[in-house]
Design a protein around this ligand. Structure first.
Ligand code: ADP
Ligand code: MG
Length: 242
């Protein structure tokens, strides 16, 4: 059984159908990379999975529990599913440690002492413990994005969704963020990531899914998708970006 199951998911914005029956499975401890042209619905799909967007059809299940549709506990869903966006989205008026401890203290009702101790362990792991009392605008883009990842990890999620998390970074800062994702993959974190970093996808992905015209048009192991795509559309897309 898949850890995350996306079955026939439909999403529309007014008359515009973005997702037209997306099927996608993520097995526990796997890293699945979602690729596809800009505007194909990668971000929308990730936002649907953690309940930031409502779906109009189909079903999303996490550990065999339905997490889409009426009656869903949004707080519980967001505890289990961490998301990191392209634009770091740290709270600018809060220090690094305040950013990281906010959800654990507010949502999990963790004591401040415990939340800070856990946050420091995480910050140490990414080499930013010395920045705990700094405000986001004093950090580089790469550092901010690493804090954003740690902020999501502080909730001890079962699944991490990463939405083009290196796209807004200067090229020299990309690797420090990808290194963290690589470490998470090694530790067995289940992840679904939208990415344009094809080299990275090739390296870490258990499976690559090509989203096109509202459906998963082709999926397979990275060696097959990048080396021998079956579908003409996949081939054309990869030719344009590699
Ligand atoms: P991707 O992440 O693959 O670039 P998105 O999921 O951001 O694609 O967007 C898919 C399509 O849905 C785009 O055409 C975008 O303009 C549209 N879209 C996204 N969010 C909204 C929204 N809140 N309202 C209307 N249209 C939207
Ligand atoms: Mg996007």
């Amino acid at each position: 059984m898949a850890f995350l199951e996306i079955k026939g998911v439909h999403k529309e914005f007014g008359a515009f159908q973005v997702l037209r029956g997306v099927n996608l499975d993520v097995i526990e401890h796997q890293v699945v990379c979602l690729i596809g042209p800009s505007g194909c619905g990668k971000s929308t799909l990730l936002r649907c999975i953690n309940g930031l967007e409502k779906i109009q059809g189909g079903e999303i299940r996490l550990e065999d529990d339905r997490v889409s549709g009426p009656g869903i506990d949004g707080d519980k869903l967001r505890q289990n599913v961490g998301i990191v966006f392209q634009s770091f989205n740290l709270f600018p008026h809060m220090s690094v440690i305040e950013n990281v401890t906010l959800a654990p203290t507010k949502v999990l009702k963790m004591s401040r002492v415990e939340a800070e101790a856990k946050a420091m362990v995480l910050l140490k792991r990414i080499g930013l413990e010395a920045k705990a009392r700094e405000y986001p605008d004093r950090l580089s883009g790469g550092q901010q994005q690493r804090v954003a990842i740690v902020r999501a990890l502080a909730m001890e999620p079962k699944l991490m969704l990463l939405d083009e998390i290196t796209s807004a970074l200067d090229p020299e800062l990309v690797s420090e963020v990808l290194n963290i994702v690589r470490d998470l993959a090694k530790q067995g974190m289940t992840m679904l990531l939208a990415t344009h970093e094809m080299g990275f996808a090739k390296e870490v992905a258990s499976k690559v899914c090509f989203l096109y015209e509202g459906v998963v048009h082709e999926e397979g192991p990275p060696a097959q998708i990048f080396g021998d795509p079956k579908e003409e559309r996949t081939r054309a897309f990869l030719k344009r970006i590699i």
